[in-house]
Design a protein around this ligand. Structure first.
Ligand code: MG
Length: 381
């Protein structure tokens, strides 16, 4: 029985994780849950999964939950609470299902405690990839990817050495604007962006999918997780989203991972690794499948992709700056303060103004993150 903590249990990945656990009650036990402020959903989850600990980031919501629940469940609060939760001795694996840079500090705590990490959050790795991977090695914490593409690369690598890899095809559905002419981007509405054709996800990542910044962040994620140079990572548009990524080896052999576009599949694999457990999720019916399509992404139309490759070349504090400026811009777009085209414009300006530090420690990364946020807030008006 693996004992699991989920950070961000009310979100899309958090709920899918609980759905996987619900279907495999003999293999997994929910030990701890955390939410930002949604205590209504958390109470339902507590009732069903009976965790020993919960953490609510918002102080007021935590107090309310504490008085509602009495002493039946330990209620922790704020970032200190998250640290205490991920370090708990009775937890084997921590699922990081929160989005954004808020995951970085608790991730480092979990790694220092030597936990298995199921990582759905990409921002923490983008900000501090070399540092995170170095610590994971030192404390023997396994970082198990949950993002469908990273899971696919991990599975396709199948134990081969990273030096055997010629290139990686990182597949992308292309987002809702793959076929929209660039001239129409100015008038793209928030509602249109939030209607993603293949995956149902949280709001931040849905906007990132429309700008292709999501894929850009994944280029950085791939580099750090599998120690690959950026030129070995090729983004490939594949609208059917059945091939979740491919690895081409030095001898020209390509291994691909295919499955239905259902996040519960990579989530289950991260939880059950190295086992493959029986489930009732759908496979792919090749008899009903006629064609698969592939194309090269247009990085003039989607400049976020170019910006991510630039950050991947620069490294140091630049990926953290890219990520922070993007988080602020996306937030402003979601609040209808800026238009769709302003997202890459703001990210580019902030990157251009940044004085990069080559091999930053955590303090320098956090300082670059804070600086980039301030710059982006000014630009986003
Ligand atoms: Mg992905």
């Amino acid at each position: 029985m693996k004992r699991i903590a989920i950070l961000g249990s009310s979100g899309s990945i958090g709920q899918s994780t609980l759905s996987v656990i619900r279907s495999l009650p003999r293999q997994f036990k929910v030990e701890a849950l955390s939410v930002n402020s949604d205590i209504v959903k958390l109470r339902q989850q507590i009732e069903e999964f009976k965790p020993r600990l919960v953490c609510v980031r918002d102080g007021q919501a935590a107090c309310k939950l504490r008085s509602d629940l009495g002493s039946s469940v330990k209620v922790l609060c704020a970032e200190e609470g998250l640290h205490e939760m991920v370090k708990d001795r009775q937890i084997d694996l921590v699922m990081f299902a929160i989005s954004g840079s808020a995951a970085l500090n608790p991730l480092i705590s979990a790694i220092r405690s030597g936990k298995d990490i199921a990582l759905a959050n990409k921002e923490a790795l983008v900000m501090a990839g070399p540092l995170v991977m170095r610590l994971a090695k030192k404390y023997k914490a396994r970082v198990l990817p949950v993002d469908s593409e990273q899971s696919a690369i991990w599975q396709s690598l199948g134990g081969f050495r990273h030096s055997d890899v010629r290139k990686v095809y990182l597949t992308a559905s292309g987002g809702p604007f793959r076929n929209l002419p660039a001239s129409k981007f100015k008038k793209v509405s928030l509602e249109h962006v939030l209607r993603h054709p293949r995956w149902k996800m949280g709001r931040k990542i849905t906007v990132d999918s429309a700008t292709l910044m999501n894929k850009g962040l994944e280029v950085l994620e791939t580099m750090f997780l599998f120690s690959l140079r950026p030129e070995k990572i090729k983004v490939l548009i594949h609208p059917e989203a059945l091939i979740h990524s491919m690895v081409e080896f030095n001898d020209g052999v390509i291994m691909a991972q295919l499955s239905a576009a259902d996040m519960r599949i990579p989530i289950q694999y991260a939880l059950s690794y190295p086992q493959r457990l029986v489930n009732s999720l759908e496979g792919i019916d090749f008899y009903r499948l006629s064609e698969l399509h592939f194309e090269k992404p247009d990085s003039d139309k989607f400049p976020c992709l170019k910006l991510a490759y630039r950050a991947a070349e620069d490294l140091g504090t630049m990926p953290a700056v890219l990520n922070a400026a993007n988080e602020v811009s996306v937030h402003s777009f979601l609040n209808k303060r800026i238009d769709f085209l302003s997202i890459p414009e703001i990210v580019e300006k902030v990157m251009r103004r940044h004085r990069r530090i080559a091999d930053p420690d955590l303090t320098q990364i956090m300082a670059a993150d804070a600086w980039a946020r301030e710059e982006a807030v000014c630009l986003a008006g």
